[in-house]
Design a protein around this ligand. Structure first.
Ligand code: IPE
Ligand code: IPE
Ligand code: MG
Length: 235
């Protein structure tokens, strides 16, 4: 049977710390392994013709962790971006970032800007990397931008509508069709709340460093069994 491929897949890559702790490694080792899995799965997803892939790499809440762990993750971003740069350009995917710029180091921001700029004309898909990202913050930021347009008289308050919000989000992305969360947690943790309004949710106990192509296929198969009614009635 030919699988229907979701247009926009989002992944909450969770369980790196537990993966490491189960092996008596430092939590940071889990992040290192998780980064390798991200490379593999992103290439696989775009090969499967997923058009938009959003991944949760660091939340606005993750600053609560130890300085050692946060520093490690930030340095990991720098090395992954440098390493995966060519491969992203080769597969012709546009890389975009979602999140608040505040608190991110110049080094991370510089690479983010470089990758965004150099891949901006790529047409084979969009790779949305969420760093220092919070779903509620994204909606608040959009609201501020819309409010300032109202104040300037560019938008009439009665013309504000939900379609318009997309233009004011960190990136103008289509709705999420399939959201995958690893590590056996059944929550959204403030990830892409707006875009997830009608997405199908898939949860697996597998920890992110153990996630592989087969697991991705299982999620796709599950997605294909869903009956997406959007509030309507089954046809
Ligand atoms: C996800 O793995 C990666 C980040 C949040 C940066 P965790 O580090 O949350 O792993 P667990 O949930 O502690 O196992
Ligand atoms: C969500 O995972 C954030 C990322 C995967 C980057 P967390 O591990 O931070 O979420 P909680 O704390 O279990 O909700
Ligand atoms: Mg976690």
């Amino acid at each position: 049977m030919e699988l229907n491929i979701p247009n926009h897949v989002a992944i909450i890559m969770d369980g790196n710390g537990r993966w490491a702790q189960n092996r008596n490694y430092k939590r940071t080792k889990g992040h290192q392994m998780g980064a390798k899995v991200l490379k593999k799965i992103s290439e696989y997803a775009f090969n499967k013709k997923v058009k938009v892939l959003s991944v949760f790499a660091f939340s606005t809440e993750n600053w609560k962790r130890s300085k050692e762990e946060v520093d490690y993750i930030m340095n990991l971003f720098v090395s992954i971006f440098k390493e995966n740069y060519e491969s992203m350009k080769k597969i012709g995917v546009r890389v975009v970032f979602s999140g608040l710029r505040s608190k991110l180091s110049d080094k991370v921001l510089k690479l983010i800007d470089k990758m965004t700029l150099e891949t901006k004309d790529n047409k084979n898909g969009i790779f949305n990397i969420c760093i220092n990202y919070g779903g509620q913050d994204e909606i608040v930021e959009a609201t501020k931008k819309i409010a300032s347009k109202v104040k300037e008289g560019i938008i009439d308050v009665n013309d504000i509508n939900k379609e318009m919000y997309n233009d004011y989000m960190f990136n103008d992305l289509p709705p999420i069709d399939l959201m995958i969360r690893t590590s056996g947690e059944y929550r959204i943790s403030n990830f892409m709340l707006w875009q997830m309004a009608y997405s199908e949710l898939y949860f697996t106990d597998t920890l992110w460093p153990d996630f592989d192509e087969k697991e991705f296929d299982l999620a796709l198969e599950s997605f294909n069994k869903r009956d997406r009614r959007y509030g309507g009635v089954k046809k």
